[in-house]
Each structure stands twice: as structure tokens, then as C-alpha cells.
Design a binder for this molecule. Sequence first.
Ligand code: OGA
Ligand code: NI
Length: 364
Amino acid sequence: MAPLPISSIRVGQIDDVQELIKSKPNKVPERFIREEYERGVVVSSLKTQHLHHQIPVIDLSKLSKPHNDDFFFEILKLSQACEDWGFFQVINHGIEVEVVEDVEKVAKEFFDMPLEEKKKYPMEPGTVQGYGQAFIFSEDQKLDWCNMFALGVHPPQIRNPKLWPSKPARFSESLEGYSKEIRELCKRLLKYIAISLGLKEERFEEMFGEAVQAVRMNYYPPCSSPDLVLGLSPHSDGSALTILQQSKNSCVGLQILKDNTWVPVKPLPNALVINIGDTIEVLSNGKYKSVEHRAVTNREKERLTIVTFYAPNYEVKIEPMSELVDDETNPCKYRSYNHGDYSYHYVSNKLQGKKSLDFAKILN
Ligand code: OGA
Ligand code: NI
């Protein structure tokens, strides 16, 4: 979420999806309708049932007492999850259900406010903070069936205080409390990820400096023709780690690309979905994967997600960690770059699968 210069990008008419369905509940404007090839193959529902069980679930309570059998077994599971899926769910993560439900409540209240109120916090074209649609750079680009509200959270310099809403009254307080806990969880997860890579526990934290944390709330209204649209275009995340919270009783909406097939991620009660972002893929020299994912919509039900992106400080130099590179057996796959430059590159291009990471790839 690096700041972008004020630009004069022409993005054309961007309809607010919640307003659209209020006025014309059964119409999907042309600009939201995707080509057949973009919709992709989804695993059949029978297979889905089976595959759901394969998305690893990591029990963090087993990692709180180091160096017993449970601990090593869970670390092994984590390592396989990061290599094979790039995604896992965590249970027993220690974040109080009240904190989670509270932020969901204020987020929902925010999206439910009249458009005029939300427009006080606009996401200007070419920027990624505020209310609106991000990653739109041209007049003919297709739109996602989603309203977004994104904010830089930490360190304080990345905040744009004008975009922190005064309504709902408890919004800032609630997001602040939630973000603190999520930040601690990210630090914990990075320790376990370091251990799973055979690195010393503090390796990421020492390297990241004052880590950058941003949040995006995605609100997906129901769509009368869910097969024609996408809630969120396919992409990988530019972060190190992403923590995705799906609101209580949320329907399935997140899909991840595995073996060229879109696999739905079924929300588990009180779990958080974690995924490896591009930065860990590079640092681990490709051992851990930043996997392409997208969101789809539902005919009847709305869906709300609260997504935290956790990344190194913009000043930090990123390159595969020397411990994980070997000229003979595991040559370096990515060049070195400044994280701020990557962030800028990421947010100044449209979401397009894993294309952003070409920025760092060493092509042979
Ligand atoms: C994201 C994301 C998925 C979802 O915000 O980067 O992948 O289900 N969201 O909202
Ligand atoms: Ni994402």
C-alpha cells in the first residue's frame, strides 16, 4: 500500500455495486460481465466436499508449547501447507471472538451507510486507500462485484487520518483493537514459518523492521447472475502474510487455484484463513508459494471479509534468504529489490493473477 502520486487516470463510470442492486436488482451491467475464459473451471461439488478437507487446518494451541511431539507435528503440517497450498486455516488462534465480531459489526455498519456518507472517504483513482474499487486503471477494464474500504494501519505514517471514518462511531476504536491482535498473530505465525523453514525464530521479525500493516474490507453484495461476474479478480497478494476473516455464517466465496482448478475454501467457525504472499515466496526462494486466488459471489447472500496485509517496512531489501539458496541444488530464483518499489509496482497495476511477481523473477 505504498502511496501513489495524484494521477489523472481515466477510469470511466464505476458503479457502486450496493447502489446498483438497490435500483436494478436483476440487471448486471456490461462492465461487470466477464469473458467465459475468465470464469475458469471450478471443482465439481462432489469433489469439492472431498477437497475441503484437504485445505490444511493448523491448530495454534499445539504450537504454544514448544519442543514436544505435537509442536513438531504441527510445524510439519504448516510447512506442507505453505509448500502445497500457500493457504491454511488457523484455529485456536487466541483472538477473542468478541474482538472479531466487533470489527465485523462496525464494518457491516459502515457498508450499510448511505452512499453520500461513504463517499466522504473516497478511494481516488490510482490510490488504494478509502472507499471504492481499487486497481482500476482504464475505462474498458472490467469491474469486480464488490465494494471495498481499505486503510493503512501501521506504522502511523502510512495512515491517512482523513479516511478513518467518524461514523460508525466505534469504527476506529474497534479496528484499532482488532489490528493490534492481528499484528501479534502475524508475528507469531512468522516465527512458526521461520522454524518450519529451518531458520532461527526471529529471522523475519529482525529483517522486516517496523512492519507495514493494512486492512481491506471487502463487501460482496448478492448478484442475480453470479456466474457472469467475479467478486474479486484473480491475484496473488503482495504482502508477506495475509489474514482473511470471513464474517460469521459467511457463504463460500474465496477460491484458490490448485492444479489449474478453482477450489473453494469453506469457512470454519472461528477460524482465520492465512495465505503466503509474494514476499515470503521470494524470501523462501519459491519453496513457499504465494497462490493465486479470487472471490466469487452468491445469488442470495451477501459476503463480508476483513483482510489484513502484513509486510516488511518499505525500506527493506528483499531477496531469497541466503540460508535457503544453494548455487548447485537450489539456485536463486528472484533478484533483489526494495520492498517499497515492489509495493508501488503492485498497486499501480491491475490485478492479474501472479503477473506482479514477474517484477522479481530471474528468467533463465
Ligand atoms: C484480498 C482477497 C478474498 C475474499 O482482499 O486480497 O483475496 O474472499 N480477498 O475477500
Ligand atoms: Ni488476496
